[in-house]
Design a binder for this molecule. Structure first.
Ligand SMILES: Nc1ncnc2c1ncn2[C@@H]1O[C@H](COP(=O)(O)OP(=O)(O)OP(=O)(O)O)[C@@H](O)[C@H]1O
Ligand SMILES: O=c1ccn([C@@H]2O[C@H](COP(=O)(O)O)[C@@H](O)[C@H]2O)c(=O)[nH]1
Ligand SMILES: [Mg+2]
Length: 231
């Protein structure tokens, strides 16, 4: 079991672990500690990858649009790639659709292949990969296939009540924007995404951003992370 930690960091972080006991089992907790490390210097010879993590409706896509505008990244939303796959009538379409309806995770092989294709067909070298990886299995599949780790990981930390409110008001006709699927997505997020977040926290790559506030207020917490990059 993993615990959310309330501290907000827009700078690089490192972590410390403590242990606690619940129901007779010992659990490890990772806490994010703020430090002032710089982001790695991007080089045009290799991709500069940012993973954008956060629960459903935490504002990942909204903030990605702002980052693209300010810093010239290419935005790759894993969810959008899957929805595009459904719309294209691909062989995987019906399986992907039922997986999304159930709020579950599409097999890594499918998602990583779509992301890889998108990266390879881009002239850019700066990528925002939004809504991926959603599990440790996703993370390992990406790192194995693409052969690299992300340079930066953003985590938009948002209370569940706020996420539910945003998703129910989104009004974009998504098949998963209904209360039953949102509940399942939140359960899956709690179960499978926290280990990924904690993994990158331990690797000193995680920037946790408090995702409550206006879009602009939140972006002002994101901006300093990428300030060393030129557009
Ligand atoms: N800071 C904010 N305050 C209020 N509403 C917001 C904020 N940021 C985004 N929204 C709205 O909340 C909804 C969800 O935002 P967005 O689509 O960016 O979230 P997401 O994290 O990409 O969600 P998902 O994982 O479901 O794709 C959208 O309707 C968006 O306009
Ligand atoms: O890597 C991924 C990304 C998404 N999914 C599925 O798509 C929906 C919607 O994703 P959003 O990021 O919210 O657009 C998600 O609930 C999953 O069912 C996935 O399986 N793997
Ligand atoms: Mg999104």
């Amino acid at each position: 079991m993993w615990r959310r930690v309330a501290s907000v960091s827009h700078l690089f972080s490192h972590s410390k672990s403590t242990k606690f006991n619940q129901g007779g089992s010992t659990f490890k907790i990772w806490e994010t500690i703020t430090s002032e490390s710089e982001i790695p210097t991007p080089s045009k010879g290799s991709p500069f990858i940012t993973f954008v993590l956060g629960g459903p409706g935490s504002g990942k896509g909204t903030q990605c649009a702002k980052i693209v505008e300010a810093f010239g990244f290419t935005h790759i939303s894993a969810g959008d790639l899957l929805r595009r796959e459904i719309a294209s009538g691909s062989a995987y379409g019906s399986v992907i659709l039922s997986t999304i309806r159930e709020g579950k995770i599409v097999p890594s092989q499918v998602t990583v292949q779509l992301i890889q294709k998108e990266m390879e067909s881009s002239d850019n070298y700066k990528f925002l990969i939004d809504g991926f990886p959603r599990s440790e299995e996703n993370r390992k599949a990406f790192e194995q296939t693409i052969g690299t780790e992300p340079d930066v990981v953003l985590f938009f930390d948002c209370p569940e009540q706020e996420m539910v409110k945003r998703v129910l008001n989104r009004n974009q006709g998504r098949v998963d924007d209904n209360i039953d699927t949102i509940k399942k997505r939140l359960e899956i997020f709690d179960e499978l995404n926290w280990p990924v977040i904690n993994y990158y926290s331990q690797r000193g790559k995680l920037h946790k951003i408090n995702a409550v506030g206006t879009v602009d207020e939140i972006f002002e917490k994101v901006r300093p992370i990428f300030a060393p990059l030129s557009k």
